[in-house]
Design a protein around this ligand. Structure first.
Ligand SMILES: [Zn+2]
Length: 331
């Protein structure tokens, strides 16, 4: 409404006059507002809210190409995350390629530049601490932009079943999941129940890492890595801690019953879908949406970590998180 907007303008002017600017970001559907942000906010990295209801300040981009990874679906602009998430992906790609016979990562969605809800897909991935990695190994050749849009990830399942196709599954798939679960900052990894079952049936020796591997719908052509709330994010809401069970128990057997796959019953009355508004998100998100961004994408693209510094080497103080190296044309 016009009068309301005018009123807001007047109020905002008054407030900025009194030195309290930006307290009112215009409210609206959160997925549209965050989906429109092309670049992150500058400043200390911070996840605000929960994985499925929040946003991200100070996000950095995973470069679309690295020696041991390629980012897919570039048009989505979802290769953004908390610097520790990005550092972890780079490290996983290096370790898996050097030690696990996995040539490199094809990286799917991480988060939007300022996190938040998305126009399509995912309920989570909102705070820069979730990433999807394809279960298809990276080919030797680089994909071009068009291929990155169109190449399809391969399902690990046998036809229409809930079971992994033994002809598609390799020891390197298991090694990659074990590698990812082994990092202390990784809290959960979501895979299809069939993949979890395969691990339950085949993993020998140390099985403690399997507690982090959680069965979930989807996730048969990619797996989803979730890291903990990171230091310096007081408004990041953690998920309940995982237990120590390897999860190869009743909780897994449930996935092989009809219940999880049954269609939800039709509601008796039509329900209007509830749209998440900016004002439904943590307060910090309105400020993050309004905060200034960088001059260019290079300024906020994570360094390639040529010195071998890994995420575990990062000190706990948020101020000490290395800022993305500016990959200026001069170097
Ligand atoms: Zn995901």
């Amino acid at each position: 409404m016009k009068s309301r907007s005018l009123m807001r303008l007047a109020l905002a002017a008054l407030l900025s006059f009194s030195g309290v600017a930006n307290v009112f970001a215009e409210d609206g559907p959160a997925k549209q507002l965050f989906g429109a942000a092309r670049l992150p906010s500058l400043g200390v990295p911070q996840s605000a809210g929960f994985y499925a209801k929040g946003c991200l300040a100070g996000g950095v981009a995973l470069p679309v190409d690295g020696p041991t990874w390629q980012v897919m679906r570039l048009s989505r602009n979802r290769n953004w995350g908390h610097p520790r998430m990005i550092a972890l992906l780079e490290r996983l790609s290096r370790d898996a390629s050097a030690k696990d016979g996995w040539p490199g990562l094809l990286v799917g969605d991480i988060s939007q530049p300022r996190g938040g809800p998305m126009l399509t897909g995912h309920a989570s991935h909102q705070v820069g601490l979730d990433a999807d990695i394809w279960l298809t190994p990276m080919p030797k050749a680089r994909f071009n932009t068009d291929q990155r849009e169109k190449v399809e990830a391969k399902s690990m399942l046998k036809g229409d079943t809930l079971y992994v196709d033994p002809n598609k599954w390799t020891p390197a798939h298991a090694a990659l999941l074990k590698r990812a679960a082994g990092y202390p900052e990784v809290e959960r990894i979501f895979v299809h129940p069939g993949i979890k079952k395969k691990l339950c049936e085949t993993v020998q020796g140390d099985r403690s890492w399997m507690a982090k591997i959680r069965p979930y719908w989807g996730h048969f052509y990619h797996f989803h890595v979730r890291i903990k709330c990171q230091p310096g994010s007081p408004n990041c809401k953690p998920q309940e801690p995982i237990g120590t069970s390897d999860g190869c128990d009743k909780s897994l057997a449930w996935w092989f019953t009809d219940e999880p796959w049954r269609k939800a019953p039709e509601p008796t009355k039509p329900v209007k879908p509830r749209i998440t508004m900016l004002s439904d998100l943590p307060k910090a998100c309105a400020q993050i949406l309004d905060a200034p961004g960088p001059q260019s994408i290079d300024q906020v693209t994570y360094g390639l970590d040529a010195n071998g510094a890994s995420v575990s080497d990062l000190p706990d103080e948020p101020v000490a998180i290395p800022l993305p190296k500016q990959r200026a044309k001069a170097n």
